[in-house]
Design a protein around this ligand. Structure first.
Ligand code: GLY
Ligand code: MN
Ligand code: MN
Length: 437
C-alpha cells in the first residue's frame, strides 16, 4: 500500500483514539499546539525548534511552529498552518501533498490569528502543548487522564508509523556504514560525525538525538558528546549511537567496532551474540523487566566466560557486579520520541509499573504487545568511577584486574537494534536495514 493511503488510515485511527480519549475524560475538543520558536535570553537567536510530539503524531510537519490542530468529534480535523510573510527566513512552503486532504487547512500569516479558528467555546477543551504556546487566554491544560489514553495508544504503532520507522532505519544505516568507513580510515570523532550527517542527509538539528561518536575510552561515557579535535594516536575502538528520522519518526542504533582483533573484538562478538538472543525474546506477552534481568545474566555469562570475573553469573547479578559493567536499562519504546512515552505506564488510566529493585534506569517495565517498537541495547563498559567502587569493595578479589585494566582504554560496548514486536517472531528493523544496505 502507498504511504499516502497508510497515512489516511493513520489519521482515521488518530481520530478514533482521540474520540475515545475525549469521551472517557469528558472533553468536547482537543487542541494541539505545535509549539513556538523560542529565543535565548536577551538574544534574537532561537533554540532549535522541536515540535510537540502530539502534533507530529497527526501531521508530518516537524518544522512548523505556531501551528495548531483542532479535533472536534463529527468534524474534519482542522489544521491551522502558520506561514508567515517573512523575508528574513524561509517560511514553511504552502501546504501541499496528499496529506492535506485529511484536514480542513486554514493558513494564517500571524501566529495570533490561530485563535480565530478555535472552537467558540473552549471551557471544555483539552489543550496539549507547552505553556509557551498559550495564545489569547488559551492556555494548554494538558489533562493527565487524556494524555494517559493518548500515550498508551501511541505504544501500538500504526502501519503508517511502521513504514516511517523502517525508512528511518534505512536512513540511519546509511550513516552508520559511512561512519564505520570513516573510523577505519582514521578519521577523528568530529569527522566521523560529519560523515554520518552527510550520509543521512541530516543537519545536526534534524538528528533525533545528539550523535554519540566515541573513540577509545570515550565510549565508556554513556551519553558522550564529542567536540572537534584530532584523532587519538592509537586507535583502539569506536562506539557510535546515532539515529535518523523521517517525518519525525526516529531510529536509534548503536554499533561498536574494534580497530584490531584480540580480546576487545572477542568481547564485542560475545555481546553481539547475547544481543541477538535478547532480540529473539521480544515477544508479545513477555514482561520487558524479565528481559532486562535476562540481560544481566547474559552479561554475567560473558564476564565469566572471558575470565574477567571469577564468580557465577547468578552470583554476579545478586552482588550487583553486572550493574558495574552494564549500568543502564536494556531499552525503551521508540517512535516520535526516541525515548517514547508510556514505558512505565500501567494502563490507559495511568499508574506506574515499578522498576525491579536495584534497576533505577530501566525505561520500560510493561508487558510487550504486538505493535510495540522497542530498542534492545545491552552494553558492557569499563567505567572508571564504577570500577573504583568495585575495586574498593569486598568483591574486588573476584575481578581479574589485569584484564579489566588492559581493556579499559577501549571504553565500552553497546549494540542497539530497533525491534517491532508482532504476534509471532519479532521484526528487527535495524538488522533488516543493514542487510538491505
Ligand atoms: N540514544 C539514546 C539511547 O540509546 O537511549
Ligand atoms: Mn536507545
Ligand atoms: Mn541509542
Amino acid at each position: 500500500m502507498q504511504l499516502s493511503d497508510l497515512y489516511r488510515q493513520h489519521v482515521a485511527e488518530m481520530g478514533r483514539r482521540t474520540i475515545n480519549a475525549l469521551e472517557h475524560t469528558g472533553y468536547e475538543h482537543l487542541l494541539i499546539a505545535s509549539g513556538v520558536e523560542t529565543c535565548s535570553f536577551l538574544d534574537d537567536r532561537s533554540y532549535p525548534f522541536r515540535a510537540n510530539p502530539h502534533f507530529l503524531s497527526w501531521a508530518p510537519l516537524d518544522h512548523h511552529p505556531s501551528s495548531w490542530i483542532v479535533v472536534t468529534p463529527g468534524n474534519k480535523p482542522i489544521l491551522i498552518y502558520f506561514q508567515p510573510t517573512d523575508y528574513w527566513h524561509a517560511p514553511p512552503a504552502a501546504p501541499s501533498g496528499d496529506w492535506t486532504e485529511c484536514f480542513d487547512v486554514r493558513v494564517i500569516r500571524e501566529a495570533a490569528h490561530a485563535a480565530a479558528h478555535f472552537p467558540q467555546k473552549l471551557s471544555n477543551a483539552a489543550i496539549i502543548g507547552d505553556v509557551s504556546a498559550a495564545l489569547d487566554g488559551v492556555v494548554p491544560n494538558n489533562p493527565t487522564p487524556l494524555l494517559n489514553r493518548l500515550h498508551m495508544a501511541r505504544t501500538r504503532k500504526t502501519p503508517y508509523e511502521l513504514a516511517l520507522l523502517r525508512h528511518a532505519s534505512a536512513r540511519g544505516v546509511r550513516g552508520h556504514r559511512a561512519a564505520e568507513a570513516a573510523f577505519r580510515s582514521g578519521a577523528s570523532e568530529h569527522q566521523i560525525h560529519l560523515a554520518y550527517c552527510s550520509a543521512t542527509d541530516h543537519t545536526d538539528a534534524q538528528l533525533p538525538y545528539e550523535n554519540i561518536v566515541a573513540l577509545n575510552a570515550n565510549s565508556a561515557v554513556l551519553h558522550y558528546h564529542h567536540t572537534p579535535g584530532p584523532s587519538p594516536e592509537h586507535l583502539l575502538s569506536f562506539l557510535i549511537d546515532a539515529g535518523a528520522q523521517v517525518s519525525g519518526y526516529a531510529c536509534d542504533i548503536t554499533r561498536t567496532y574494534s580497530a584490531h582483533s584480540g580480546a576487545f573484538a572477542e568481547l564485542i562478538h560475545a555481546v553481539d551474540e547475547k544481543q541477538r538472543l535478547l532480540v529473539d525474546q521480544m515477544r508479545a506477552g513477555t514482561d520487558y523487566r524479565d528481559l532486562h534481568l535476562n540481560c544481566h545474566h547474559y552479561i554475567g555469562q560473558v564476564l565469566h566466560a572471558t575470565g574477567l570475573v571469577d564468580m557465577s553469573p547468578e552470583g554476579q547479578v545478586e552482588r550487583e557486579i553486572t550493574s558495574v559493567f552494564f549500568p543502564h536499562g536494556l531499552g525503551h519504546f521508540l517512535g516520535i520520541q526516541v525515548h517514547d512515552v508510556a514505558g512505565l505506564q500501567r494502563d490507559e488510566d495511568g499508574g506506574a509499573i515499578p522498576r525491579p529493585p536495584g534497576h533505577p534506569f530501566l525505561r520500560l517495565t510493561r508487558r510487550l504487545e504486538a505493535g510495540n517498537v522497542v530498542t534492545v541495547e545491552p552494553g558492557l563498559y569499563f567505567i572508571p568511577m564504577l570500577l573504583e567502587k568495585l575495586r574498593a569493595g569486598k568483591d574486588a578479589r573476584c575481578i581479574n584486574w589485569g584484564a579489566v585494566d588492559a581493556l579499559s582504554p577501549y571504553g565500552g560496548i553497546r549494540i542497539e537494534d530497533d525491534v517491532l514486536v508482532t504476534d509471532s517472531a519479532p521484526e528487527n528493523l535495524t538488522r533488516n536495514a543493514f542487510a538491505e544496505a
